[in-house]
Write a new protein. Structure first.
Length: 385
């Protein structure tokens, strides 16, 4: 779904209406927003602190505040955090690192995205029986959740000056914060003879006919957002026509690893717009795949954390959001193939620092929805409704 370009993993109009009713009528209590001012420089610190659990870790200059919140959460019986989002089923490195610092709190994730996530949250708000503490997803969803009153505004104590965060990392009213940035590239089958494309326009060549797999750009999702940004690059104006002419195979916008699977199995040779964090598990499993960045205009996506109104464990949720901006969290995020939104954070193994990745033009956070809708309208000219 920015750094420059937030991940957009769709909100259906009907479900948005359900959420609007459910969120506004929810009578569940939620924690008060943190009064800790934005502007601390915890993430830039190299201080090592001993946690309340007895282990050591790099929690930065706000370590004492995090330990106090940890003790408060445990005393209140809040010993779990549940996240809903597209990658929550594979974010074990983050959950494990958090538990090492705060051993009495367990983090778990429910992998869900798009309309199914909207429906799940809507049902919880309607019933008043909340399971999720944190929504962890792209900008389009988060903007909708915030506007409908589904999120509790919270400013993490560990957030450095906003100038030290990637662009578009702060949601309106501090309702949510960008925590991870994923870099996408092309994944090719290393057993095939296909030439690895060096730029988007290369894919217009007939040499790639019947060899391309990508997500559906006619529905809100990664590829629609990708094309929204490429619309700002004049040299790529013929890309969609070229991909259509080359019979690129489309996968549902919610099937995030579908194109990689097709390439790994040899059904296709090139998967477009694939996150490095999706590539790593395939490579580790022995798939014959190779990840490459373009020489320019690489796609990046930001995922955001927001505390859900009525969360059953609000103090533990606040602690998790605080922790996401610590040096320890940056290391765990990198281990999963993404970058922390804190400028200068450690890079995933095999990738350059984020500042050295040539990226697509920036679209301001509040304009992404309109830009994506325009991209979808254009995509339907080639691929239909």
């Amino acid at each position: 779904m920015r750094i420059s370009k937030p991940l957009t993993l769709g909100v259906a109009a009907g479900l948005t209406a359900i959420l609007a009713t459910a969120c506004s009528s929810s009578g569940s209590s939620s924690s008060a927003p943190s009064t800790t001012p934005t502007g601390s420089t915890a993430t830039g610190s190299t201080a090592t602190a001993s946690t309340a659990g007895g282990s050591t870790g790099n929690l930065g200059s706000q370590a004492a505040a995090l330990e106090a919140l940890y003790n408060k959460a445990v005393a209140a019986g809040q010993t779990s955090v549940v996240l809903y989002g597209p990658t929550t089923g594979t974010d074990q490195a983050m959950y494990t690192a958090f538990k090492a610092a705060f051993p009495k709190i367990t983090v778990s994730g429910v992998p869900v995205v798009g309309p199914p996530m909207d429906a799940k949250l809507g049902a919880e708000f309607s019933s008043g029986k909340h399971i999720a503490d944190i929504a962890f997803t792209g900008s389009t969803d988060m903007l909708a959740y915030a506007s409908e009153g589904c999120l509790t505004p919270f400013t993490p104590a560990t957030v450095p000056s906003t100038s030290n965060l990637a662009p578009a990392s702060v949601g309106p009213g501090n309702a949510f914060y960008g925590v991870t940035v994923g870099v996408s590239g092309v994944v090719t089958n290393s057993s095939s003879q296909v030439t690895v494309p060096q730029q988007w326009s290369d894919l217009e060549s007939s040499a790639y006919k019947n060899k391309i797999a990508m997500l559906d750009p006619t529905a809100i999702g990664l590829m629609a957002d990708n094309f929204a940004h490429l619309a700002l690059v004049s040299s790529d104006s013929g890309l969609e026509a070229g991909l259509k002419a080359n019979d690129a195979q489309l996968f549902p916008s919610t099937s995030l690893t579908g194109p990689i699977t097709a390439v790994a199995q040899g059904a296709k040779s090139v998967a477009l717009g694939m996150s490095y964090s999706f590539y790593l598990p395939a490579k580790a499993a022995g798939a014959p795949v190779t990840f490459s960045l373009f020489k320019s205009d690489n796609y990046t996506t930001t995922l955001y954390d927001g505390i859900i109104k009525g969360a059953p464990d609000p103090l533990a949720a606040e602690l998790y959001e605080d922790w996401m901006f610590t040096p320890d969290a940056a290391t765990a995020i990198a281990a999963e193939g993404s970058y922390s939104t804190v400028n200068g954070a450690v890079a995933p193994q095999g990738l350059p620092p984020l500042s050295q990745v040539p990226q697509q033009p920036v679209i301001p956070l509040t304009q992404v929805g309109a830009a994506d809708n325009a991209a979808i309208t254009k995509a339907k000219q080639y691929w239909g409704a």
